[in-house]
Design a protein around this ligand. Structure first.
Ligand SMILES: Nc1nc2c(ncn2[C@@H]2O[C@H](COP(=O)(O)OP(=O)(O)O)[C@@H](O)[C@H]2O)c(=O)[nH]1
Ligand SMILES: [Mg+2]
Length: 304
């Protein structure tokens, strides 16, 4: 599967950011803790040259805790200020204040030497679509100032928010880049919902996810969808499909396809006539993954 998505509005957004970045002291780069490298836009490096940097490992609640720790160490060792959080919880964002001060230490002492006191720090919140930039700003501000939504493209233009006397933030639209060199990046971004679903083959994407989970998250799919070994098999279980449907697996069907088929049958995703609706089951599985219902899953790990 080779996924690419770089719609025209992103070229426009990139230009707007190039303008606005001149006004800021700090870039707060929001990444998805399940894919902290795939969800980093390489263009940010040039865009943010010379600026203080903070990485927010967001959606940490959806990623493996050991992975979160490993990634925090990894980025800290590279010289970034790092905060990991579930941005929906403002309590978890309290540590951002200290991290911002730390990241901007040089600027603050430069200001002081020039006799400038209390000039607010201006931060630009950047990242690819759907990583939680707007959610972060709202939670941090303690009120809903900017629009959010679980799909790419909710934030349309740059928007300044004054958080307090010492900090102002700029919300920006999600930005991807013209070409994913590594196909795994496109896959990861599609899995976490940062690519417009309408251009995706959900069935193939779900099969990729199934293969990853079978290799790395032993038993998680069976537990969620109630496959025979782990199924809560009660005679009155309404989700229980007719026995003959489950047993009638076509010969030569690959193991990942069999799992998708079973998930379809168990979840009642059936076409007219009773055959499995793979498309619907794939959509369901992806939604389950994105919402964390398959467990806390980190898709990529830092090199050891
Ligand atoms: N579980 C979880 N969901 C989050 C977190 N941050 C944001 N979200 C959800 O992710 C979706 C995208 O958020 P949004 O702020 O619009 O992303 P943006 O496109 O980067 O501005 C929304 O459904 C949020 O509720 C988080 O830390 N954990
Ligand atoms: Mg947004």
């Amino acid at each position: 599967m080779n996924i690419q998505w770089y719609p025209g509005h992103m070229t426009k957004a990139r230009r707007a950011m190039q303008e606005d970045v001149r006004l800021v002291d700090l870039l707060i780069e929001v990444v998805d803790a399940r894919v902290p490298v795939s969800s980093r836009n390489p263009d940010i490096e040039t865009l943010g040259a010379g600026k203080a940097r903070l990485i927010l490992l967001n959606k940490a609640d959806l990623a493996d805790e050991a992975g979160n720790e490993a990634w925090e160490r990894y980025f800290t060792a590279q010289g970034y200020a790092v905060v990991r959080a579930d941005s929906r919880s403002s309590a978890q964002l309290k540590k951002v204040n200290a991290a911002v001060q730390e990241a901007c230490r040089d600027k603050i002492s430069r200001d002081r030497m020039r006799g400038i006191v209390n000039r607010p720090i201006r931060a630009m919140v950047v990242g690819i679509p759907n990583v939680g930039k707007s959610t972060f700003i709202n939670s941090f501000a303690g009120k809903a100032c900017v629009k959010t939504g679980n799909r790419p493209g909710v934030t349309k233009g740059n928007q300044w928010i004054r958080l307090n006397k010492s900090l102002e933030m700029l919300d920006t639209p999600g930005l991807l880049w013209p070409k994913f060199e590594d196909p795994a990046v496109g896959l990861h971004l599609a899995m976490i919902g940062s690519i417009n679903d309408q251009i995706l083959n959900k069935e193939e994407l779900a099969l990729e996810l199934i293969r990853f989970m079978e290799e790395n998250c032993c038993g998680a799919l069976g537990k969620r969808y109630g496959f025979p070994e782990e199924a809560d098999v009660r005679p009155d279980n309404p989700k229980e499909p007719p026995a003959e449907a489950v047993e009638a697996l076509p010969d030569g069907c690959s193991p990942d396809m069999q799992i998708l088929r079973q998930a379809a049958l168990r979840r009642g995703c059936l076409l007219k006539g009773g055959s499995p609706d793979y498309e619907k089951a794939a959509g369901l599985l992806l939604e389950d993954f994105r919402a964390g219902r398959l467990g806390r899953i980190t898709l990529e790990w830092p090199p050891r």
